[in-house]
Structure formats: structure tokens, C-alpha cells
Design a protein around this ligand. Structure first.
Ligand code: ADP
Ligand code: MG
Length: 494
């Protein structure tokens, strides 16, 4: 069990060590065999080895007591063999002198393994990343939620993990599934719902893929979505499985995939808050705290190398807004260009006008990640988003936003809600709203590109003059005002 807060061992160090143990056992599982982690966690082979070690037996000793050959035990532990016969499982359980509860789980896992071994319809969990950093509290919360889900019929069986592009939703969900998945003896399943694609996976298709992964044969999967949903719920109700649905598009797509009361847990990641989903726990991810962000950057740079010792690491991680994707991109750029110093990249990024263009490494582009969310917005929300980038200061209220947009308060509030729902804007506690600094830069870039004549269409010139005079005064003073805006301002005033 995860140590509880306040208990001995409930300190952050104890939680870290608990998580490390989970992560290490995962690494062990992924390296001892080439097969995917889905088959490893909570698998029969894994449990057999755990129990044998706990009993202090070698393979040969277990072979002698159980009557099962050492070769067969070795194959089972390494998942080289098909799931064993019931009487073999029982002989092993007896030889290992398992408690009644352990014996039941042991037999169930063997049986589930057989079901899973049938037509592996995909849905396997990606491997965890080697340099996973921080998120201790979030993992702790997910641990509690997964423990509660296993208690059967109490509390929600689903949790949403939401946040802006690149904040680490998928990474956290995958990590949690590896750390806590062993308890879900019905298996771990992962499905990308492609919520940001032009054509997200339909609920019907997602259900078909999950049913196939559960071992339901093609010809038996119902044709209609509602029948598929019914079958999926029934199967999930009797199966303690962990299902990760990555990149949920919206409530309508996700709702048919939610479980009925049982012992399963469904983790849904989405850039949307999915505020309309009933009865789900919610976890909203924010950028990493300063210490963890710098630690991640150091790890990417190589903990022992000279780059990671640079005093500019903290500055660089702040310039990345402590957003994991930006940190990954910055780190990858540095490792692929050994002649660059951390200080050099930090100075390139300190020019706000070039920051987003610099945050590119291979196929990772921070602006492209944000753009996927931007294109999901309605036209009024897009326009407000672009123009909000003109406002100075860390946050603003709805009135100020409405004045900027020349719209009435109600319509502006609807558009603000849309921006919050898509994690492009943060709702502060006191009715104020704030941008992540990289998103503000992205909004500004969109404004310069899409509304080069702002001030002439939609927004009366005087209002824009006022905004630019009052609004970006900080930016102008610090030389941060984009060149395009500066030119527009001059043209508008002139
Ligand atoms: N806790 C973390 N530790 C290390 N790297 C992380 C962490 N969270 C995210 N990352 C990295 O940041 C990038 C974006 O993470 P991802 O999970 O894909 O974000 P999201 O799903 O929110 O868009 C990936 O390269 C991932 O490896
Ligand atoms: Mg993701």
C-alpha cells in the first residue's frame, strides 16, 4: 500500500521510494522479456516469480515440491509458454503455500492471462519513459483513486487527467498504469482516442477495439454502438481491469466508454476538462514546479555531464514555462548540438518573438501542439484568444476581456469558458483568468499572422490605440512587443 500522509513513512521521501520501487519493477519486467508491458504487469509469470522469491525458493526447489519441471517454471516466469493448465497452477499455489487471498488472485491471473493471450487486439500500454520526473502528488492521488476503484462499487470508476498540450498527461497516465497496474488482474489496456485529430476515433470503433483486446472475437462484436457499449460494460463489470483512454475528444465520445460499478478503473486524458462527464474524479495538470522542471532538464542533459551543472538550467526551464514538452524540446536541442551551451539556448529563448520558433526539435514543435487546440475553437473564441495576448500583466477579468473584444460580457464569458475547457486559459480562483506564458506568445503569433489589420476590422481604432498604449506598454518598454504589432500601432496612430 502507498504510505498515507501523516503516517510513519508518509513523507515525500517514502512516497518517492514507493514509486521508485514500482518503476524499477516495471523496468525489470520490460527488460527480462521483449514482450509488451501489458502482458507483464500483473501477469502470471510476474506473480509466480514474486511468490517464489517471497518463499525463498530456487526454481529447482519449487520444481521438487510442486512436481512441475524447473524448465516449465522458467518458461512460465519468462512468459515463454502459454498460460498453464489449472492443475499446474494449483500445484504451484500449494507448493508456494499461498494465503487464500493470494491463491485466488494467482488462479484468476492465470485464467485472465489465458483470455488475454487469445487474439491480442492491440491496446497495449506504452513503455514508461526512463527519465520520468516529479508528479509525486499526482501519482499519490491516482494511487488512492485506483485503490478506491478496487474496493468495488464505491466511488467513481473513472478519472480525467486534463491540461494543456505538452503538460504531461499521457506520460503521467502511462506511468501510473505501470506503477499501480499490477493490482488490476484483469489487465491493463491503452487506447488513443485521437481527440485532436480531424476525425477522432468514434465511440463505436473504440468499443470494437477494446472488445477485441478483451478477447472478443471479430464475428461476436455487435454491429451497433449501443450493443457494443452494453457488452463492454458487462465485461468490464466482471473484470478488474485498468483502461487508459488517451486524448479524449469530448464527453460524447467518452461517455459510452465509461464503466459501470465494478472493480475496474478508466483513466481518460484530454486537453479538455470534460466538465460534462458525470461521476469522474478529476486531476488537472499544471506545469512542473521549478525544482522538478530543472531536475527534468538536467536528466535530459545527462545528470553527470557538464551541461546539467550549468547555472543557466533554472533560467532555461523558466523560459520553457516549466512545461514538460518545452523542456523536452529544449533538452533534445542541446543534446543534439553539443557545441551549444545551456546559456546560449537560454539567450535565444529570451527573445519572446523567437521563442516559439526556437522550441522545435525533430518532429516536436511546441507551436504545432498548441495549434491543434487552437483549431478546435469556435471563431469567436479564436478571436478573443488572439486579442487577449495584448493584455499585460499575469491575469485579467471578464470585463477587461469583453472591453478588448468589443463584445458583450455574456458572449465573452462563453468564449472564455471555451478557452478554459480546452486548457488554453487558466481560471484563477477569484474570477480572473491567466495565460501560460508560452500560450500567450502563441496567441500573439496568431494575432500578428491572422489579424495584421487589427484596429480596422471589428475593433474600433481608438479602442485598439488605447489597448496598445495601455496594454502592451510593458512589452514595449522591455522591447518585447512583436515587430508586426509595433508597425500596426504606428500605422493606427499615424
Ligand atoms: N513527468 C515527466 N517526466 C519526464 N518527462 C515528461 C514528464 N511529463 C511529460 N514529459 C515529457 O513531455 C513531453 C510531453 O508529454 P505528454 O505526456 O505527451 O504531454 P500531453 O499528453 O499532456 O500532451 C513528452 O516528451 C514527455 O516525455
Ligand atoms: Mg498526450
Amino acid at each position: 500500500m502507498l504510505p498515507q500522509r501523516g503516517e510513519r513513512g508518509g513523507s515525500e521521501a517514502a512516497v518517492r521510494s514507493f514509486l521508485r520501487r514500482g518503476i524499477e519493477s516495471c523496468a525489470l519486467q520490460t527488460t527480462t522479456s521483449g514482450r509488451s508491458c501489458t502482458m507483464q504487469f500483473g501477469s502470471f509469470g510476474f506473480r509466480l516469480r514474486e511468490h517464489r522469491h517471497a518463499a525463498g525458493l530456487t526454481m529447482e526447489q519449487l520444481a521438487e515440491v510442486s512436481g512441475v519441471s524447473a524448465r516449465a517454471i522458467s518458461d512460465m516466469e519468462r512468459e515463454r509458454s502459454l498460460v498453464p493448465q489449472r492443475r499446474t497452477v494449483q500445484a504451484l499455489a500449494e507448493a508456494l503455500v499461498l494465503s487464500e487471498a493470494d491463491r485466488r488472485t494467482f488462479i484468476t491471473v492465470a485464467r485472465t492471462g489465458r483470455a488475454r493471450a487469445v487474439p491480442a487486439g492491440g491496446c497495449s500500454l506504452p513503455r514508461p519513459i526512463a527519465d520520468f520526473t516529479g508528479r509525486v502528488q499526482e501519482l499519490e492521488r491516482l494511487g488512492q483513486i485506483s485503490a478506491a476503484a478496487q474496493q468495488a462499487s464505491v466511488g467513481a470508476q473513472a478519472v480525467t487527467v486534463s491540461g494543456v498540450a505538452g503538460v504531461g498527461k499521457t506520460t503521467l497516465a502511462v506511468q501510473a498504469a505501470h506503477v499501480f497496474g499490477a493490482k488490476f488482474v484483469g489487465g491493463i489496456f491503452f487506447l488513443d482516442l485521437r481527440g485532436m485529430d480531424a476525425r477522432p476515433t468514434s465511440s463505436a470503433e473504440a468499443l470494437a477495439r477494446l472488445l477485441a483486446a478483451f478477447g472478443v472475437r471479430d464475428g461476436v462484436i455487435p454491429v451497433h454502438e449501443s450493443d457494443r457499449a452494453g457488452m463492454y460494460r458487462r465485461l468490464l463489470a466482471g473484470r478488474p481491469a485498468l483502461v487508459v483512454l488517451d486524448n479524449g475528444a469530448d464527453e460524447a465520445q467518452v461517455r459510452p466508454l465509461l464503466p459501470e460499478p465494478g472493480r475496474s478503473l478508466t483513466v481518460i486524458t484530454s486537453r479538455r476538462l470534460l466538465a460534462g462527464l458525470e461521476g469522474a474524479h478529476r486531476l488537472n495538470l499544471t506545469p512542473l514546479p521549478a525544482e522538478d522542471a530543472a531536475a527534468l532538464l538536467r536528466r535530459i542533459l545527462g545528470d553527470d555531464g557538464p551541461a546539467s551543472q550549468s547555472p543557466a538550467v533554472g533560467t532555461l526551464s523558466d523560459l520553457c514555462g516549466r512545461l514538460p514538452l518545452a523542456l523536452r524540446i529544449a533538452g533534445n536541442r542541446l543534446t543534439s548540438r553539443p557545441e551549444w551551451t545551456v546559456q546560449h539556448l537560454a539567450s535565444l529563448l529570451s527573445d519572446e518573438r523567437r521563442r516559439l520558433d526556437q522550441l522545435v526539435a525533430g518532429d516536436l514543435r511546441i507551436a504545432a501542439a498548441f495549434n491543434l487546440s487552437y483549431t478546435q475553437l469556435s471563431p469567436p473564441a479564436r478571436r478573443l484568444f488572439r486579442r487577449l495576448s495584448l493584455l499585460p500583466g499575469p491575469d485579467f477579468d471578464a470585463r477587461r476581456a469583453a472591453a478588448l473584444d468589443g463584445n458583450d460580457l455574456d458572449d465573452t464569458e462563453v468564449a472564455l469558458e471555451e478557452l478554459i475547457e480546452l486548457s488554453l486559459l487558466r481560471a484563477e480562483t477569484d474570477g480572473r483568468y491567466g495565460f501560460h506564458n508560452l500560450i500567450r506568445l502563441f496567441a500573439r503569433q496568431r494575432l500578428v499572422d491572422e489579424e495584421p489589420t487589427v484596429g480596422h476590422d471589428g475593433a474600433p481604432r481608438r479602442r485598439v490605440d488605447r489597448l496598445l498604449d495601455g496594454g502592451t506598454v510593458t512589452g514595449r518598454r522591455s522591447g518585447l512587443e512583436p515587430a508586426g504589432l509595433r508597425a500596426q500601432r504606428k500605422a493606427a496612430v499615424g
